[in-house]
Design a protein around this ligand. Structure first.
Ligand code: ZN
Ligand code: ZN
Length: 380
């Protein structure tokens, strides 16, 4: 009973930001269409043009928002989960080196190229699964999420491989929506502000509409610009703070295929779908082309990728520079202006890591100082 009440409270808290944003959108519709276009705009042609342009924008904005919220996040496929026998052996084994061997054996046929700082497989203790490249565990969603970008409270969903295109489009259309409203309401805002227009409750709606659209546009401008930058670099928000680690060491641009290739990976190669919230991203969310690999095509089968990985030339010893850590007093800002405690967003750590190494995977929350950040990776 207590659990049910707690779960209900948790769900209400999780959905509150979505309800808030939805309420703002509904109010903006009333304020713009009814109060401004119908009651305030004197010229009928002007009103018709405003409304004709407004509604398609609203549909695209709401559609992308819906898709971002309700697209299921991609989870690690079942072949990444340890079988009961492997799991039993793994749990009973106390030697970390032998535990690592068990994981390496399981991962032999998996398209894994990222690893931990000590060169082992990235393993999720919660899911009891090997993490696919670019996947991280989200404690809000309770699973390992494919190409996790961040958990966004404003959409109550993980932004990840399955909905990243929708999320970027949502930011873009939301920005256009706000700019359009701000641009078309500006003259009426000036009239009311200078006392030329009629006073009344309707005017307050238009005033607030202008203020709100400017306020949202400014924050969206930053966020949209940031994600366009990430798209061009083929980085997730998490990867921009913590570089993925390959055999050759950490490489922030390890998945980059060039700006256009990176854009195609998210938006697909069918131009008709680029600006629609219809899934068209390339790949399966599990295996990724790494820029240093000697590949001839963008996407390989798992077997080919594994072969290519084994052919990768690696220096016998490489020094790992610490990934840049961006923390605030309360946690880490993952890109949409909301701070999370690090463990809430991404409990991506590896039990095989010693205390000295673990802080790097934890994002530096409780680690030692910079002096201990250089770790020598020995090839296994
Ligand atoms: Zn997990
Ligand atoms: Zn999540």
């Amino acid at each position: 009973m207590v659990n049910k009440v707690l779960n209900l409270c948790f769900q209400i808290i999780r959905w509150a930001p979505v309800v808030f944003i939805t309420a703002v959108i509904v109010w903006s519709y009333y304020a713009y269409v009814v109060q401004m276009c119908i009651f305030t705009v004197a010229s009928t042609p002007e009103m018709v043009i405003y409304l004709l342009l407004y509604h398609p924008l609203l549909v695209l904005f709401a559609w992308t928002y819906w898709q971002t919220i309700f697209t299921n996040p991609g989870c690690a496929p079942k072949e990444f989960h340890l079988s009961p026998s492997d799991l039993d052996r793994f749990i009973r084994e106390e030697d970390e080196a032998l535990q690592r061997d068990i994981l390496t054996n399981v991962a032999r046929n998996l398209p894994i190229q990222c690893r931990t700082v000590v060169g082992g497989c990235r393993f999720c203790e919660k899911c009891k699964a090997i993490k696919p490249d670019r996947a991280h565990h989200c404690s809000v969603c309770g699973s390992c999420i494919l190409k996790m970008d961040h958990h966004c409270p404003w959409v109550n969903n993980c932004v990840n491989f399955t909905n990243y295109k929708f999320f970027v489009l949502f930011l873009g259309y939301a920005l256009l929506y706000c700019l359009y409203i701000a641009g078309t309401s500006l003259q009426y805002f000036i009239e009311f502000w200078s006392g030329v227009g009629n006073s009344g409750l309707g005017n307050l709606h238009v005033l607030f509409l202008f203020f709100a659209s400017i306020m949202f546009a400014l924050s969206l401008l930053f966020l949209f610009g940031y994600h366009l930058h990430l798209v061009s670099k083929n980085r997730s928000t998490l990867e921009s703070f913590r570089s993925p680690i390959f055999r050759s060491g950490p490489d922030k641009d390890g998945f980059s295929l060039g700006s256009y290739g990176n854009f195609l990976e998210i938006f697909g190669d069918d131009k008709r779908l680029w600006f629609l919230p219809v899934f068209s991203s390339l790949g399966d969310g599990v295996s990724y082309t790494v820029r240093n690999l000697p590949t001839s095509s963008s996407y390989q089968s798992m077997e080919n990728r594994d072969t290519a990985q084994n052919e990768l030339s690696v220096p016998a010893e490489a020094t790992i520079d610490p990934p840049p850590l961006v923390t605030t007093a309360s946690g880490t800002d993952f890109g949409d202006g909301v701070n999370f405690p690090i463990r809430t967003v991404d409990e991506d750590y590896d039990s095989l890591l010693g205390e000295r190494q673990r802080w790097m995977e934890d994002g530096g929350e409780e680690g030692p100082g910079q002096a201990e950040s250089e770790i020598t990776l020995t090839r296994h």
